[in-house]
Design a protein around this ligand. Structure first.
Ligand code: GLC
Length: 733
């Protein structure tokens, strides 16, 4: 068999070399093996052409206030990549035509953009998506985003963002999938699958770019761009986990982060970029630096100038320079000074070319031109966006079954700065999303309740001011209503990049509005629209029910209204812990086990958070039977089946997510109190019983990773944990 394979390879190489003699250049041969095409093209490229492939410039208007872009440089046709901020496929194709026809070798440009939670059909922010516990739905949403982006001229999305975040003061907490490594891995893979489809060369596939590699979310004090103190143990146990999963899922590229990792910047970190990512994980795509990350090496004190910054980043493993233009200016000089090698340049260039070949860009370099109407906002796309919005929303509190709203309610006071908002609930990094596309809560409520209920609207106050003049109108609206919906939350730019806040509390004016409404004595439902966990210690006691709607994108209005009416039974569970106060940060479910579990409490406030990771209520009730194990003792090489019967003991159908955790009470290192290792979401009709199963693979689910990235499975006792029950089993040699 092996001989046949060798003969076949030899034959195909001879065949293609014959073709070459007949003048058909191999790298232009669409049926030639990609590695043969790369090799052939590399052999033809000059040093300057190679270096240009390692630069990413900007094209079109830039709307990210944190990256004030200079004027569009005269774009050389040999440029490797462009960040394309507009959405004009004709313009994009005109630039691509320059590359294909005016450059010597006709190497296509790779066009990238921040497609984060949708392109034009914007769905919930990532932190909310994870609360849906529905990765299949996220894949569908990402596939819609990919198609809209591809038809707008984009080949590369700068996402998924996989930064495991436990400090809500950090504004970018909204862009990832919460505090848990496994959850970030599952939803990151779901997004990669949505973007990249079955094959990168499929007509509507785009390349994913895993970011920000790595440890950015540990920015000290939640202050963006700051230092991240991360031990090797924590790096492996927490921050690398989602990246490894997504690399294994075939993600095409990775973006190196701004932060330093205990003194060694992520964009100049040979250990993470080369030893781990490229050598250990065998990643064969390319690494692009974050915007300006190379120049930041100077401010971070590891490079005296741009040239040294380029040297350190390149030798660490950054293949492409986003926007700094440092590689263009200095790589040749560094090569001539023998500070970098031609081998490394060829490796970096081949990685970029590999992604372009895999995308099919050499064979289909141009964007299919369809009308704007046919490109965006298809009805079926909005259905997915609305479904994901609804499944992402979390019922945090529901005293005395305040919700769903009863038919006896004839007047609803709809109050607060979010009630009619369309500019902020779309969520940051909104891409080409437009507030004109956003359905407000008010609009959703009119559709859902308009026929039978009078809506008494009053804004009440602004997001952040000292002006209480709107309170009176709000109190009057409440006084004539049977129920108050007070809709408060965050502005668009209070989360996202460079959006750190010293407190998780909402501005005082919004809290005061709730206190004023409480005085009316009417039942109050608090509706939150935010991109980070919110401090609710003062608000929670004032209200009867709380719905976390997050920033749901363009289809949140009806999604929320249908939850409030009971048409949809809420099924979301938190992907991040809500601290009681900012002072509790950091607090997350998988903290290590304390040596004094019953001490070390705060003197001034309770030590438990407002809501733990995984919290979420339903309009029905689910009862869990006892965990059943297929065995109490297994060998390391055997599998263990854990199962539990869940009953819907309430009055309505509902979806329940069973979160399966493990814990290792006695290990060579102190491990987290518990670790999420699997979850499953199912619909249960009223009275229905369903069995949820978790097949435990000890190597995958019970081992821990040491500081060198070795997976270590130790024998001994373990627990499987769900809800509030835990069952012991033993692993033997
Ligand atoms: C920004 C962000 C990064 C984004 C990039 C391109 O500074 O840090 O997440 O993808 O620049 O806009």
């Amino acid at each position: 068999m092996k001989q046949k394979l060798i003969l076949l390879c030899l034959f195909s190489l001879i065949q293609f070399s014959l073709f070459a003699q007949n003048g058909i250049i191999i790298y232009k041969q669409k049926d030639a093996p990609i590695e043969a095409r790369i090799k052939d093209l590399m052999s033809k490229m000059t040093l300057k052409e190679k270096i240009l492939q390692l630069n990413q410039y900007i094209g079109g208007y830039n709307n990210n206030a944190n990256n004030i872009a200079e004027l569009i440089r005269t774009i050389p046709p040999e440029i490797g990549s462009l960040i394309y901020f507009d959405a004009d496929p004709v313009w994009r194709n005109s630039i691509q035509k320059k590359a294909m026809e005016e450059s010597r070798l006709g190497i296509p440009i790779l066009f990238g953009f921040d497609v984060i939670h949708g392109y034009r059909t914007v769905y919930p922010v990532s932190l909310a998506q994870a609360c849906s516990w529905n990765p299949e739905l996220v894949t569908q949403a990402a596939a819609i985003a990919a198609k809209e982006a591809k038809l707008s001229g984009i080949d590369l999305a700068f996402s998924p963002m996989l930064d495991v975040a436990r400090d809500g003061r950090w504004g970018r907490v909204t862009e990832g999938y919460g505090e848990d490594p496994y959850t970030n891995a599952v939803f990151g893979v779901a997004t990669v699958k949505g973007y990249q489809g079955k094959d990168l060369s499929d007509p509507y596939s785009i390349a994913a770019c895993l970011k920000h590699y790595v440890g950015y979310s540990r920015s000290e004090g939640g202050r963006d761009y700051h230092s991240s103190e991360i031990s090797r143990q924590s790096l492996w146990e927490t921050y690398l986990v989602p990246f490894e999963a997504c690399v294994k899922a075939g993600a095409a590229s990775v973006m190196s982060a701004f932060n330093d990792i205990s003194g060694v910047p992520a964009s100049a970190n040979h250990y993470t970029l080369t030893q781990v990512l490229k050598d250990q994980w065998k990643f064969d795509g390319f690494v692009v630096s974050d915007w300006g990350a190379l120049t930041k090496l100077i401010a971070q004190g590891v490079a005296k100038d741009k040239k040294e910054a380029g040297l350190k980043a390149f030798n660490a493993g950054v293949d492409m320079d986003m926007y700094d233009n440092i590689y263009f200016e200095y790589l040749e000089e560094l090569l001539n000074e023998k500070k970098i090698s031609m081998v490394k340049i060829d490796d970096a260039v081949s990685r970029v070319l590999r992604v372009k070949f895999r995308l099919g860009l050499f064979d289909n370099p141009y964007t299919e031109i369809v009308s704007e109407h046919d490109r965006y906002l298809h009805p079926e796309s909005k259905i997915i966006a609305q479904k994901l919005a609804a499944e992402s929303m979390v019922l945090l509190k529901n005293n005395s079954k305040t919700l769903p709203i009863k038919s006896s309610v004839k007047q609803i006071a709809l109050i607060g700065p979010i009630a009619k908002d369309t500019a902020n609930i779309i969520g940051g990094w909104e891409g080409h999303g437009k507030s004109a596309d956003v359905e407000s809560i008010y609009e959703g409520m009119v559709k859902e309740f308009g026929k039978n209920v009078v809506l008494n609207y009053a804004k009440g106050c602004d997001f952040d001011s000292t002006d209480e003049s709107g309170f009176r109108e709000a109190v009057l609206a409440a006084a004539k209503s049977d129920l108050i919906l007070v809709c408060v939350g965050e502005k668009l730019r209070w989360t996202g990049e460079n959006a750190s806040r010293s407190t998780l509390a909402l501005p005082a004016i919004q809290e005061k509005l709730v206190f004023e409404l409480k005085k009316t004595g009417k039942p109050i439902v608090l509706i939150l629209s935010n991109g980070r966990p919110i401090e609710l210690i003062r608000l929670e006691p004032q209200v009867d029910a709380i719905v976390e709607m997050w920033q749901p994108g363009i289809c949140g209005g009806t999604a929320l209204a249908q939850i409030l009416s009971g048409k949809i039974n809420p099924s979301g569970k938190l992907s991040i812990t809500f601290p009681l106060t900012t002072g509790q940060i950091p607090i997350y479910y998988d903290m290590r086990q304390s040596g004094e579990p019953n001490s070390g409490k705060y003197q001034d406030i309770p030590t438990d958070p407002q809501y733990w990771f995984g919290h979420g209520l339903s309009y029905t009730t689910f009862e869990y039977g006892a965990i059943k194990l297929s065995s109490e003792k297994i060998k390391k090489t055997e599998k263990l089946i854990a199962q539990v019967e869940v009953s819907n003991t309430g009055d309505v159908a509902g979806r329940e997510t069973v979160l399966w955790y493990i814990s290792d009470p006695a290990c060579s290192i102190s491990r987290p109190m518990k670790e999420l290792k699997y979850f499953e979401k199912k619909e249960l009709a009223r009275g229905e019983k369903l069995v949820f199963r978790f097949e435990i693979d000890p190597e995958r689910d019970l081992s821990y990773t040491d500081e060198n990235g070795n997976r270590i499975l130790e024998s001994g006792d373990f627990y499987v944990i769900i809800n509030n029950q835990k069952t012991k089993f033993e692993i033997i040699e």
